[in-house]
Design a protein around this ligand. Structure first.
Ligand code: C2E
Ligand code: CA
Ligand code: CA
Length: 281
């Protein structure tokens, strides 16, 4: 018994975990959670990002960065993403009127013309309005063919899907993306948002990225907003959409639907507190 317990406590090797991830895809171990995206000006919930959660039967919840890197290196990103797109489209087709757009994460390693067509077919078969499905191109792996990626993005946009560049400012090819891929928006990584109130250089980068987005006329989402201080700063710098623990942690789809009226209320009924003054830098 003791021996068994010890065996169970041994962390699963990555070889086993890859096998387990394949099994998880066919069983009920994968779940989607929604994290609200909120308009910085009105505090209205404007949509959500869909995040995948893997509840391993022995190890418990597996951190996203762990399964993402396994999926990238073992050709599992495509089946995982197809599974998630199916699930999200099924959800949207039953969500009724007033459904808000849901954004899914897609690795640039799988986003080519064939994959874009596959997504579009699923959307049109389900008969949902295409604007309800958004794509966030992640930075979990380098892009192998920027032209193919840009063409796939154009194809998705031509049918009304919005495409965002994720983790902007941190990844393998941030600026190359912006030059070559006609994105509708960028998501500024939480590292800049969280350091901005504390570190002048991070604040300057945040301000520059928001200005850059405004100049090229794309939507800017600021991720990882945890405090009122960060929120106030992001708003003053012109961030349009916020996402973070302050306005909502990732939650079940039901909890998300229930949370919508909460963030349709102003966060500061008595006026915006002057918590943070943006210093000229
Ligand atoms: P991401 O796309 O940048 O997603 C945001 C991550 O930041 C999520 O972590 C979310 O829980 C976390 N987060 C959101 N607000 C806050 C905050 O205020 N503070 C802090 N500290 N964290 C916050 P999560 O779910 O662990 O996902 C990590 C990454 O894994 C994601 O980063 C994304 O790149 C990847 N990922 C998650 N789900 C999927 C998926 O379905 N497909 C793909 N390809 N990648 C996924
Ligand atoms: Ca994302
Ligand atoms: Ca991020």
């Amino acid at each position: 018994m003791t021996q068994l317990k010890c065996l169970n406590q041994t962390p699963t090797s990555s070889h086993n975990l890859v096998h387990d991830l394949r099994v998880a895809l066919m069983t009920q171990q994968l779940q989607m959670v929604f994290q609200p995206k909120v308009c910085a000006r009105t505090h209205q919930t404007v949509g959500a990002e869909v995040l995948l959660r893997w509840q391993h039967p022995v190890e418990g919840l597996i951190a996203a960065d762990r399964w993402v890197s396994l999926a990238e290196t073992h050709n599992l990103m495509r089946p995982l993403t197809v599974w998630l797109v199916n699930k999200v489209i099924h959800y949207l087709s039953h969500a009724g009127e007033g459904a808000l757009p849901l954004a899914i994460n897609v690795s640039p390693t799988i986003l080519d013309g064939a994959f874009a067509l596959h997504i579009l077919n699923m959307v049109s078969t389900a008969g949902i309005p295409p604007y309800l499905l958004e794509i966030e191109i992640t930075e979990s792996a380098p892009v192998t063919n920027m032209t193919n990626l840009a063409n796939a993005v154009r194809l998705l946009q031509s049918k009304g899907l919005k495409v965002y560049l994720d983790d902007f400012g941190t990844g393998y090819s941030t600026m190359q993306y912006l030059v070559n891929v006609p994105a509708d928006g960028i998501k500024i990584d939480k590292s800049f948002v969280q350091q901005a109130p504390l570190i002048p250089a991070a604040r300057l980068i945040l301000r520059s990225l928001i200005e850059l987005a405004r100049e090229i006329d794309v939507t800017v989402v600021c991720e990882g907003v945890e405090t009122l201080e960060q929120l106030t700063l992001v708003k003053r710098l012109g961030g349009q959409i916020i996402q973070g623990y302050l306005t909502g942690r990732p939650m079940t789809p039901n909890a998300f639907v229930k949370s919508i009226p909460v963030f349709t209320m102003p966060l500061y009924p008595a006026g915006e507190p002057d918590l943070y003054k943006v210093q000229a830098s």
